[in-house]
Design a protein around this ligand. Structure first.
Ligand SMILES: Cc1ncc(COP(=O)(O)O)c(C=O)c1O
Length: 380
């Protein structure tokens, strides 16, 4: 049987990984500044993470949500403390799209309304509603199209006010920093406007923190920079450091009811063990502080490199917009300097999404390689 061909592949097969590095079958080492789409948060094969998952695997890997799984409560307690919302409630699932799908659905159950506001260049996943509110018509199948989706310009408060004036809005879904769209940071006043319009109109503020959350920005949620609380936060990617686990946390005024949401795999023993290990490491190794420090250093240095038009982001979620398309630059970084970086939907923007325990030495390796590659291109 052949694989269904939906991914353009890089001709490298990582077979081993450690910290911020991956190794191919010939032993070549690559600096991983992409973490397989922002997934690697505490570093590849972190020993504590490997130990916790292995121990759990030897006890029990899975049972369904029809029984007590006390690891879920341990995860909820630890997450509540780290994210600063101990009064919220946790629902566990398996992927970012599923987290957003549940959040959008829950908002509509809560207020009985249908219209969803999302934003240009936003990405929320590939399931039915998540893709319907994603700004990429090429991944929206005819069956996903819905008139309940209202797509507005980014950081445009006037457009938001008009949409609320003209429609019954159920929810607003917004990334604190757009990832796939090329790392565009939501202005603090924009997020505060979303908060106040949702309050005034009984709408639900959904903070899509699938990519920009879990400490990557230097704060647990990048929405925290605006000093607002969302009604629902969605999380995935960094939550399991590679183990598929996702979740939403829900403000106390949104009430649960049996069978309102559900899942077979979500919150299984292994997923919880992985997510607990990640949180333990984030706290114990001060990874949010490290993300803020290393991110600020990288952004300051990158901005001085000729050919760089703009550097956007916070912490270790960085978009480097070049004056030229970035494809050849990324290729040279990978093939000549053995450094993985990410692309985005903007052809000129490179995404940097490393593990949150990236060291200064790794930052300097990248900066030197990037300077060399850019110099070569500019003198051509
Ligand atoms: C902001 C955001 N939301 C949702 C998703 C979807 O996550 P998943 O691929 O785990 O379904 C992504 C994935 O890139 C994302 O970046």
């Amino acid at each position: 049987m052949k694989l269904f061909d939906v991914y353009p592949l890089i001709n490298i097969e990582p077979v081993k990984a450690e910290g911020s590095y991956v190794f191919d079958s010939t032993g070549t080492r690559y600096l991983d500044l992409y973490g397989g789409h922002a997934v690697i948060s505490i570093g590849h094969t972190h020993p504590y993470y490997v130990q916790k998952i292995s121990e759990q695997l030897n006890k029990i890997a899975f049972y369904s949500n029809s029984v007590i799984i006390s690891l879920q409560q341990e995860l909820a307690d630890k997450l509540g403390a780290v994210c600063g919302h101990p009064d919220y409630e946790l629902f566990l699932c398996n992927s970012g799209a599923e987290a957003n799908e549940n959040a959008l659905k829950l908002a509509s159950f809560h207020n009985g309304k249908k219209k969803i506001i999302s934003f240009k260049k936003g990405f929320h996943g590939r399931t039915s509603l998540a893709v319907a509110v994603t700004d990429n018509p090429s991944i929206v199948a005819p069956v996903n199209q819905t008139e309940n989706s209202i797509l507005l310009p980014w950081n445009d408060e006037k457009a938001l006010e008009e949409a609320f004036a003209n429609h019954e809005i159920s929810s607003v879904i917004v990334e604190g920093m757009q990832g796939v769209g090329g790392v565009h940071v939501a202005s603090e006043s924009f997020l505060r406007k979303i908060r106040s319009l949702c309050d005034q109109n009984n709408a639900v503020y959904i903070a899509d923190s699938v990519q920009c959350g879990y400490g990557r920005s230097g704060k647990f949620y990048s929405h925290d920079f605006a000093g607002v609380s969302a009604d629902i936060y969605t999380m995935a990617k960094g939550m399991g450091n590679g183990f598929p686990v996702a979740g939403i946390i829900i403000a106390p005024h949104i009430k649960s009811k049996h069978s309102l949401l559900g899942t077979t795999f979500g919150g299984n023993h292994l997923a919880c063990a992985a997510a607990i290990a990640v949180l333990d490491v984030i706290v114990k190794e001060n990874l949010m502080e490290n993300a803020a420090t290393m991110g600020a250093y990288l952004m300051k240095e990158v901005a001085q490199i000729p050919g760089v038009k703009e550097v956007r982001g916070r912490g270790l979620m960085i978009g480097i917009e070049l004056e030229i398309p970035c494809n050849d630059i990324r290729n040279a970084l990978l093939m000549e300097h053995k450094i993985f970086t990410g692309s985005s939907s903007d052809k000129n923007t490179i995404r940097i999404l490393p593990a949150l325990n990236l060291g200064k030495a790794e930052c300097d390796t990248f900066l030197n390689a990037f300077r060399t590659v850019m110099n070569k291109v500019l003198v051509k």
